[in-house]
Design a protein around this ligand. Structure first.
Ligand code: FAD
Length: 415
């Protein structure tokens, strides 16, 4: 776990921080993405408990190395803490907490294991969507299992032939009597390897484009649902990406969560929050990688002196710290806009996600370089952070799509 003999054992869990500070993943920024003052006392208690969960996952040795799946016991513990209930309404057994609380939790877990954080937040989001818009029968039948992680949820927009261009999805829903028949295939869906409750976007009238898109809840235990094998990635497999086919899957009107005309807008309505928590996850991973590199340079001696005395190395990490500070501030700004429900969230989230994903991908390589061969050890988790930074450049709209969003707002401004 701690590398070749002769290397100092690294105590990455707390790094000398006091227990009350451990939920702050970013040691090198003047303020975190979410400040304590932005949370209620109950939310802060949950965020602090989550930091302890992250520390325990780290100490277990299973958080930083690639795995097909994080053990179900960690999901159970997360559910017991309340991490599947964060934004679920109190009336439905949830906590009714804020977006900022979810963001702080996503950051805290991503410091150790972004795949676990992303998987957990995705099942939480599907659960919250079902609680907010689902039919009473689904809330009664599906919600308790989702909240307890006896079942997992996922959100399915992407298809084998349509990713960035969401309006081009082809999975169809055709009227049949007083119900619907669904056919098509979804791909690249987080949690699809083990989830069986899907918030699924389908086309009801191809000629209508985005206006024809509707949203159904799909029960993966019913006839007509076929799971495809988990996609094998070069890391971060615990995200559980995969897909499924719908083959004459019969749905009722009660299964429809958003009707045509509303579903597309509903999907875009939550995208700024998703982009901002992906940015926050990047900031957490980069903060962690930088902390590992700084620790290493402090402890390592070469040519008769600590490596931290080499100005070239010091400056390379100082440059990373500057970009981390900028990414943190962009993310904090986007988070405030999302929390306030402001229109400014569109641009702020695009800037934050683009910048945070880009600098995290670039600078984790710099942190690995500063740590020499030891930076390659799986137990440090920098390899997993690197893969996750790469995938952060795709999920919830690629970096190029963020640029499209920014450019549109730039050029559409009236003189
Ligand atoms: C780990 C992981 C988890 C995911 N989880 C989910 C999930 O839970 N649910 C879900 O629905 N989807 C999920 N996705 C899919 C994700 O949303 C898509 O990967 C993303 O939308 C990009 O689509 P694509 O991969 O098909 O790329 P494509 O659309 O094929 O694009 C290919 C390249 O072209 C660029 N490009 C596309 N359009 C433009 C343009 N107009 N201008 C310039 N460049 C452009 C893209 O940025 C990309 O670099 C996940 C993906 C990954 C990697």
């Amino acid at each position: 776990m701690c590398g070749p003999p002769g290397l100092p054992r690294r105590h990455r869990s707390v790094r000398g921080e006091t227990q009350s500070e451990v939920h702050r993943p970013m040691m090198f920024v003047s303020s975190p993405v979410v400040a304590d003052e932005q949370l209620t006392a109950d939310e802060l208690t949950l965020v602090t408990a989550t930091a302890q969960l992250a520390n325990d996952l780290d100490a277990s040795g299973s958080g930083r190395v690639d795995a097909t799946r994080i053990s179900s016991s960690w999901y159970t513990r997360a559910a017991e803490l309340g991490l599947t209930r964060i934004q679920v309404p109190v009336a439905n057994g949830g906590l009714g907490y804020s977006y900022l609380c979810k963001l702080a939790i996503a950051c805290s877990l991503s410091r150790v294991c972004m795949p676990f954080a992303f998987s957990l937040i995705n099942t939480h989001n599907a659960t919250a969507k079902l609680a907010d818009y689902g039919h009473a029968q689904h809330i009664k039948n599906l919600l308790p299992d989702l909240l307890a992680t006896r079942r997992f949820g996922a959100t399915a927009l992407t298809e084998p032939q349509a990713g960035s261009d969401f309006s081009a999805i082809k999975t169809s829903a055709e009227r049949s009597g007083d119900g619907w028949v669904l056919n098509g295939e979804k791909a690249w869906i987080t949690n699809a390897a083990f989830a069986d409750v899907f918030i699924c976007y389908v086309q009801t009238a191809a000629a209508a484009g985005w206006r024809g898109i509707a949203c159904f809840v799909i029960d993966g235990t019913r006839a007509g649902f076929e799971r495809v094998p988990q996609f094998e990635l070069f890391g971060a497999n615990a995200i559980g990406t995969g897909g499924f086919r719908l083959v004459n899957y019969e749905a009722s009107d009660a299964d429809m969560i958003h009707p045509p005309g509303e579903a597309f807008k509903a999907a875009l309505g939550s995208i700024n929050g998703a982009r901002t928590y992906v940015a926050g996850m990047c900031v957490a991973m980069l903060g962690d990688a930088l902390a590992s590199a700084v620790d290493y340079l402090r402890e390592r001696e070469a040519f008769g002196a600590p490596l931290l005395e080499k100005q070239g190395l010091r400056w390379s990490l100082a440059d990373i710290a500057t970009d981390l500070e900028a990414a943190t501030e962009l993310t904090a700004k986007a988070a405030r806009a999302v929390q306030a429900g402001s229109k400014d969230a569109i641009l702020a989230a695009a800037h934050a996600k683009k910048y945070a994903a880009r600098v995290t991908e670039q600078h984790i390589l710099g942190c690995i370089q500063a740590m020499g061969a030891n930076g390659l050890l799986a137990s440090h988790g920098l390899g997993q952070h690197l893969v996750c930074a790469k995938l952060a450049n795709y999920v919830d709209g690629s970096t190029e799509i963020q640029n499209e969003r920014i450019a549109t707002l730039l050029f559409d401004q009236k003189k």
